[in-house]
Design a protein around this ligand. Structure first.
Ligand code: SAH
Length: 232
C-alpha cells in the first residue's frame, strides 16, 4: 500500500518549512483550519496547523483521519526540556506520550490516566520511531523519550511543585499537543510519532527562550521528518 502520511504542527513556525520546500497541490478549509495536500521529498502527504493545545490538536487529528485516511500521523514541533541532559536544539522522538494534566487521583486513578479507563501512555509506532531515530541533525542529539502533554506553558519557576513530571511520570520533555494526538491515533488505530526539538528548558527563562528560538529550532524537527519521508 502506498503511504500517505499526515503531518501536524501547532504553530506557523512549525509547518513553514514544509510549505516552503514541498509542492502544494491543493488547499482545503475546515472551520479555521487549512489542510495542504502536498508532495514533499517525492511523498504525497497532508500538512496542517492545529493551533495550540490538546483540544485543537485532537480536532485536527480526528478530521485528518476521517477525511484523508492518512497511513500515519507525524507531529512536528518544539517542546520544553524536562530531562536535564537535553540542550536547546536537541530532538526528542516519542517512545510514548501521556497527558500530564489529567488527574483523577481523588477518585483513585493515577495521574495521567483517563478516568474510568486504563488509557494513559500512548506508544509511538516502532517503524516511525526507528526511522526518526536513524535521522541526523548537525550538532544536536536525537533522543528517544517520553513526551508529556498538558494545556499549560511550563516555566517551572516552582520546580518542586511539579517534580512528579520527572519523578512519577519520567517525562523527557513537555509540550501541549502530543498526548492528545497519541490518544486520537490510538482510538483510531493509526500509527503515530511525535518529533519535538527543544526550544526551552521549561524553566524561569522558558518564555524568553521559546519566543526567541522556536522559529530557529523548529527546523530540526523538519529536517528529521524530511529524512524519514522517502524511507516510508
Ligand atoms: N506564543 C505562542 C504560544 C506558544 S505555546 C502563541 O502565541 O501562539 C508553546 C508551544 O510550544 C506549544 O505548541 C507547545 O507544544 C510547545 N512548547 C514549547 N515549550 C513549552 C513549554 N515549556 N511548556 C509547554 N509547551 C511548550
Amino acid at each position: 500500500m502506498s503511504r500517505k502520511p499526515a503531518i501536524i504542527g501547532a504553530m506557523d513556525s512549525e509547518i513553514a518549512m514544509y510549505l516552503e520546500h514541498g509542492e502544494v497541490k491543493a488547499e482545503h478549509k475546515w472551520h479555521e483550519f487549512v489542510f495542504y495536500e502536498m508532495n514533499l521529498k517525492g511523498v504525497d502527504c497532508i500538512v496542517s496547523k492545529s493551533g495550540i493545545g490538546k483540544v485543537m490538536s485532537a480536532m485536527v487529528c480526528q478530521h485528518l483521519i476521517d477525511t484523508y485516511a492518512p497511513t500515519e500521523i507525524i507531529f512536528t514541533g518544539v517542546a520544553g526540556a524536562l530531562n536535564t541532559n537535553l540542550d536547546i536544539g536537541d530532538v526528542v522522538v516519542s517512545k510514548d506520550c501521556m497527558q500530564h494534566d489529567i488527574d483523577g487521583r481523588a477518585l483513585g486513578f493515577p495521574r495521567g490516566t483517563i478516568l474510568f479507563s486504563d488509557k494513559s501512555l500512548f506508544e509511538a509506532d516502532d517503524e516511525l520511531h526507528d526511522l526518526a531515530m536513524a535521522s541526523h541533525v548537525d550538532g544536536h542529539r536525537i533522543y528517544s523519550g517520553r513526551i508529556l502533554t498538558g494545556d499549560q506553558f511550563f516555566t517551572h519557576k516552582d520546580i518542586e511543585d511539579h517534580a512528579y513530571l520527572t519523578t512519577d511520570m519520567a517525562g523527557d520533555c513537555i509540550e501541549m499537543e502530543g498526548g492528545s494526538i497519541g490518544l486520537v491515533c490510538a482510538e483510531n488505530n493509526v500509527p503515530f510519532v511525535i518529533v519535538r526539538t527543544i526550544s526551552d528548558k521549561a524553566d524561569g527563562s522558558a518564555a524568553e527562550d521559546f519566543s526567541k528560538l522556536h522559529h530557529l529550532v523548529a527546523g530540526n524537527s523538519y529536517s528529521i521528518v524530511s529524512q524519514m519521508l522517502p524511507k516510508l
